[in-house]
Write a protein that binds this ligand. Sequence first.
Ligand code: IVH
Length: 424
Amino acid sequence: MVTPMTQQAEIVAKMRQLIQILAQHNHAYYVMDQPCISDSEYDQLFHQLKALEAQYPELIQADTPTLKVGGQALSKFETVTHAVPMLSLGNVFNYDELLAFARRIEERLPQQSIEYDVELKFDGLAISLWYEKGVLVRGVTRGDGETGEDITQNVKTIRNLPKVLTLQAGNVPDLLEVRGEVLMPKAGFEKLNADHQARGEKTFANPRNAAAGSLRQLDSNIAAARPLAFYAYGIAQCQPHHGLSTMSASLIWLEQLGFAVGERHFVCDSIEAVQSAYEQINQERPQLSVEIDGMVIKVNDLKQQQTLGFLSREPRWATAYKFPAVAALTTVENIDWQVGRTGALTPVARLHPVAVGGVTVSNVTLHNIGEIQRLDVRVGDRVSVYRSGDVIPKVEKVWPEFRPVDAQEVTLPNQCPVCASPVV
Ligand code: IVH
């Protein structure tokens, strides 16, 4: 079917608008570590663009983010080109989309039985680690997937990350490049924020931002003081070849070499079993020590993975199965200023109590005046409150269309609410 010219112009304009918005959010997320929309809102925009492109492939714009990985290396650290690009994953959001993913695989592997390796999808920062003769020589961020930043000094301060590899059985490879995620476990994150608040320093919006900020410290002493952890999920290069035939065996081998891997892991022989694993983990998510935003489903057999290969920047043999966001609407009844032990003031929104993911939320920290301005939150506003995997709720979004006429803007108080001394 030929699309008329005027309609074409409209579709291109819509695509350009989505590309521009996504680029702004990518920059805020990857470069500034200051996301200003939730992951689910980002995914929605991304999907809108993908759907348009699927409908009008002849109009796909050259700079569309659907064909590349977001992000850009900062200039502070030395730039390194990845020997094997760090790619992205496609997403599925429900059982039907999961079935469609499996169907695409089955069509390419007719008459073969397919096993799936199901892993936690860590919500941290992807890095790549190089080991030469078992010694950690380099750590690099994902960056834009082609080039990243050399963060070796910071990576060496991560406690659970092996600096030297040992194996009980067999030899340590001459060269091993391991891929995985740097995270700040929930407990460490809460303690870090409590310490920062008590000292009157900036608190972090979530563990991911705290991990990103810590990894980007030029002074590795600061990174060393942060409770970071590394979880391995793949092997980019291994010389001589490890000789393993499945993804799940690779994870076991990585564990034997001294790496931490996800605290849950499944091998499923049907897509129904994948769905059960996903539902189980969605339930157990609050009890996990780290923040996850879904599961990663991978074809377990490495030969089958090779046959399936890649489509553009995503493997055909894997996908992310995202959890639905847990959010609820409520009203801001007040915004108070809490005084920390050192006298630092932190704004706290008092909410009309609302159940979010099974927990009643009535207070949520707004971190600082900058966050109040960014959200443009006022007393009386309708807000969506969001809980990711962790216990800490946050204001995701203000709904200005529901703003009452008498909503009150919040300003920094002149006086301390406790001792009435002037605020500096
Ligand atoms: S495997 C070819 N496994 O998800 C890409 N990725 O959306 C293979 N991620 O940047 C990636 N947990 O950092 C894989 N268990 C896991 C993961 C995982 C988190 C991240 C990864 C990547 C992003 C893609």
